[in-house]
Structures are given as structure tokens and as C-alpha cells.
Design a binder for this molecule. Structure first.
Ligand SMILES: Cc1ncc(COP(=O)(O)O)c(C=O)c1O
Length: 502
């Protein structure tokens, strides 16, 4: 998605690191790589690209530094689908023909439960300490609560320690902070693709850290037992490929449950990936932000913190937050667990800019310690609602004859729409995405997750029944060619709009 067409080859004179690896998508705008390789005026080959970043990259009148222009470029190129949605949001009463958002990974099923709990009187406490500068790692009362909470829900073999906890305003900030404190500018993390695409920005915008995709395929071959399976062999190949191109890899990012696949790594596989990282002295950042959103009882979830022994505890860093599991992406709460005190301290130092208000810290501690409510009210109901919503959408897809991955975790279904592309290209993927948007339903296309195969889409199902019904009806109209929208293309906007990908 971060590729530019020929005319876009003029880029800000900033070097974010060495050139990309062959056959691997470094996730940088190509132009940036040209700059880094010292050939600023070299013309790019004809690439499929969208948007018109010339104004963005032009220095005239922008008042931005070259870094600022790149940062703005990410915003302009990656968030347009999202912004289009916000200009025309569906509302049952006020805007029934507005856009239904099945693209953003949010859980909109439990607002009633959350608003009741967060409105209770125990949630508001105003003490001097909460209004003063805090310990930047987070107040001790909250870090103690987080350690108890994670010990319990991650089933750690020994109690986790508050001194290994840092709290901040969300996992996006944590990716950014970890990239900055673990890597030099231009160094890289390996990441299995498809992956939650915004990590590209999280690691790049402050840290200038790049991602090396470990491409996974839908076809089950060789040692694979499931589509898009990660293996140590694939990790080894990507690492060697990056090295041979002069890219220094510092770490590996693992997401479990995975976004967008919904996969959960079984403990044996997790152990293998951690051993691989240890062999190569790589940090491992494990993102478990969906760990309590496993709604299928038959699916066993194992946190990395449940392993008897971490191969390399000083290089293993775990993140969790409330955006997904507690449906509170607007509250902004995330936490790091690491035994490495240097890493914890360096991240805490950045929490001067990413810290949480004392009042929110208090609320979070109250929420996380209320195990009765979490277990007997919230999780039971949340899982039942996720399961019902998933059953509805997967039933609809089945009726349409659309293949998809059936998983029991997360808020989304990874859907194979390749048969609807006249040619299996990313241009056609974009055109199909545009037809959905024109028919007022926002999905996210696979390219936004750096999926190697055109034609995959992520469909978020964690929404209220009436919106899901309407969204699925609009999807059906597009797939059956009966939407009100002209099948033939693409207004000029088609080339400009992009899917958002939280
Ligand atoms: C896998 C994953 N990690 C992290 C995040 C960001 O979480 P936060 O809202 O805590 O910044 C997301 C959001 O979509 C996500 O899907």
C-alpha cells in the first residue's frame, strides 16, 4: 500500500534507513527507499499506486520538516477510507444511507455493560496524587493491579511483578516506544504478513524503524497444516534475505490472537518462534491485545506469559491493552510486561509523552480488580455476543459461497474474495473495495495488511445486529452485481481512497 506511482517519485530529502530487501516489502513509500539509497531523482518503475502525494511532498508552503512531510504522507495515504466513513457515518435515524463500518476493528457489542460499570460511584476518586506528576511507569497501585490481572488471565506459572509493568496510552504508543528504544533508525523487525498494517506507522513515525514482512500463503503446502501458517523456516528465510540486503533485523513481532487472521499460536509453535529469536539474538514483541476476545470455547488460548520458561526473558516484551478486550479503544490504555529493566525504564521515560491521566489510572485499577464483574458479567456476555455476531456473518458468507477462515478469536473474518476479481491484481482488489465503499459499506482490503495475495478482505463482525444485517446486505449486492452503484469504474476518487486498518 505504500507504493507510489512514477510521478510521485520526488520525496522529502530524508533517509529513514537502507533500501528494501529483495522480494520483501519493507512497507516504506518506495520513494523513501530511493532517497536512502542515494538516488533521489531516479524514476520509479510503473508501480500500482494511488493518491497524489506531490502536494504532500512538495516543500512549498507546507511549513513542515522533511520528517513532518513523511509523517503527513502516512496520514494522507493510509486513512482516507476512514475519513470518508467519518464524513458519512451511518445512523439509523439521521443518516440511514450512510456508510456502515465493517472495517475498523472495534467491539461495539458491549457499550451497555461498560457504561453501567464505568458510571458506578467507585470509579471517581480525586486525590492529590492523581492530579500530580506520576511515576512515569504508572502509579504503583495500577501496576500492582495489572500484574495481578495478567498473572491470572495469562495463567503465568509464577506471579508477575509490578516492577516489570509500564502503563501508557495504548499499544500503538507502545509499539512506537519499543521500536525507538530497541532499534537504531533504519533497523528492522520481522513480522509475519498479513498483519495489522498500522504497525508500519507505529514503528516508523518516531523510531524510523522498518518492518520486514515474512509472507505467509493461503495455500497449505510443505510442513504447513493451515492456511497462512508461520513456520521457523519462513522466519529463517526472511531473516537471511534481509541480512543479505544489508538490513539489520533487531526483533520479531508476533500477534496472538492474530489480526487479521484470528490465528492463535499453539504453545509449541510459540516456543519454536521464541527459540528462533533467541538463536539470532532477536527481541520478541508479543502483542496479545485480543487475548480475552477468544469467544469459541473449543479454542485454547495460551499467552506467552503462560510458558514455563521463556527462552530469552530479557528480550521478550509483551503488550496488552483494553482497546479490544474491553471495547474501549477511545480510552487509550495499554501495558508493557518485560523482565528487562532497561527496556522498562526507557519506555517509561517516553511515557512523559504517552502517559495516562491519574484519574484514568484510578479507573483502570478499579476495573481490572473487579474480577466478579469481569468473569461473571462482562466476559460471559461479551463472548456470547461475539459468538452470535460471528455466527451470523459466517452464515451469510457461507450462503454466498464465499470462502473464509473460520477462527474463534478476534473481531474479524479473513475473507477470500479472489473469485470476484476479474484479474487477481491489487488494482482489482482496490476496485472491488471501492465498489463496497460506493455501496456504503467499508471493509479493509488485504493490501493494507501487506497480504501477498490480492483478493483477501477483512470483515469486522463485532457490531450491533441491525448494522451487521445492513452491511451484509450491501456486501451481497456488490458481490451479486446488484448494487445501485455503477459497476464500471472508478471515479477518480477510486485511485485516491484507501482503507484504514486498525
Ligand atoms: C493487533 C493490534 N495491536 C495493537 C492495536 C492498537 O491498540 P491500541 O488501541 O491499544 O493502540 C491494534 C488496533 O487495531 C491491533 O489490532
Amino acid at each position: 500500500m505504500f507504493t507510489l506511482s512514477k510521478k510521485e517519485s520526488r520525496v522529502p530529502p530524508t533517509c529513514l534507513g537502507p533500501a528494501s530487501t529483495q522480494g520483501m516489502d519493507s512497507n516504506y513509500p518506495d520513494g523513501l527507499e530511493r532517497e536512502c539509497s542515494g538516488k533521489p531523482d531516479q524514476k520509479l518503475p510503473e508501480l500500482y499506486g494511488v493518491g497524489d502525494p506531490i502536494p504532500t511532498f512538495s516543500s512549498d508552503g507546507s511549513h513542515l520538516s522533511s520528517r513532518g512531510r513523511i509523517i503527513k504522507w502516512f496520514w494522507d495515504s493510509a486513512e482516507e477510507g476512514y475519513r470518508t466513513y467519518h464524513m458519512d457515518e451511518y445512523d439509523e435515524d439521521k443518516n440511514p444511507s450512510g456508510i456502515i463500518n465493517l472495517g475498523t476493528s472495534e467491539n461495539k457489542l458491549c457499550f451497555d455493560l461498560l457504561s453501567r460499570r464505568l458510571s458506578q460511584s467507585d470509579m471517581l476518586q480525586v486525590k492529590p496524587a492523581l492530579l500530580q506528576y506520576p511515576d512515569w511507569r504508572g502509579h504503583l497501585f495500577l501496576r500492582e493491579e495489572v500484574a495481578r490481572f495478567l498473572s491470572f488471565y495469562c495463567r503465568s506459572p509464577v506471579p508477575l511483578k509490578p516492577e516489570n509493568v509500564v502503563v501508557l496510552n495504548g499499544c500503538a504508543s507502545l509499539f512506537s516506544a519499543l521500536a525507538t528504544v530497541l532499534c537504531e533508525a533504519g533497523e528492522a523487525f520481522l513480522i509475519p504478513a498479513p498483519y495489522y498494517g498500522a504497525i508500519t506507522q507505529h514503528t516508523c513515525l518516531y523510531g524510523n524503524v522498518r518492518l520486514v514482512s515474512v509472507y505467509l500463503e493461503s495455500e497449505v503446502t510443505g510442513l504447513d497444516t493451515r492456511p497462512f501458517q508461520l513456520t521457523v523456516q519462513k522466519l529463517e528465510m526472511a531473516l537471511q534475505g534481509a541480512k543479505s540486503e544489508g538490513v539489520k533485523v533487531k526483533g520479531l513481532i508476533l500477534i496472538s490472537p492474530q489480526n487479521p487472521l484470528g490465528d492463535i499460536y499453539p504453545p509449541e509453535e510459540l516456543q519454536e518462534y521464541l527459540e528462533f529469536a533467541k538463536r539470532h539474538e532477536l527481541h520478541v514483541v508479543v502483542d496479545e491485545v485480543y487475548m480475552l476476545s477468544v469467544f469459541e470455547e473449543s479454542v485454547g488460548y495460551h499467552s506467552v506469559l503462560s510458558l514455563e520458561r521463556l527462552p530469552d526473558p530479557q528480550r521478550t516484551h509483551v503488550m496488552w491493552g483494553t482497546s479490544k478486550d474491553f471495547g474501549m479503544s477511545g480510552l487509550r490504555f495499554g501495558t508493557l510486561y518485560t523482565e528487562n529493566q532497561d527496556v522498562a525504564t526507557a519506555v517509561a521515560s517516553l511515557c512523559r509523552y504517552h502517559g495516562l491521566s491519574g484519574l484514568v489510572q484510578y479507573q483502570m485499577a478499579q476495573l481490572l480488580q473487579d474480577r466478579d464483574w469481569i468473569d461473571q458479567v462482562y466476559l460471559l456476555e461479551n463472548h456470547a455476543r461475539l459468538k452470535a455476531a460471528h455466527a451470523y456473518v459466517s452464515g451469510e458468507l457461507k450462503a454466498l459461497g464465499v470462502p473464509f477462515l473460520r477462527r474463534g478469536a478476534g473481531f474479524f473474518i479473513w475473507v477470500d474474495l479472489r473469485k470476484y476479481l476479474p484479474k487477481v491484481t491489487f488494482e482489482e482488489e482496490m476496485l472491488l473495495w471501492r465498489r463496497f465503499l460506493d455501496n456504503k459499506v467499508l471493509l479493509t482490503f488485504g493490501k493494507a495488511f501487506q497480504c501477498k495475495e490480492p483478493g483477501w478482505f477483512r470483515l469486522v463482525f463485532s457490531d450491533q445486529a441491525h448494522r451487521l444485517r445492513l452491511g451484509m446486505q450491501r456486501i451481497r449486492q456488490v458481490l451479486k452485481g446488484t448494487s445501485q452503484v455503477a459497476e464500471d469504474p472508478p471515479s477518480c476518487q477510486t485511485q485516491e481512497l484507501r482503507g484504514q486498518h486498525t
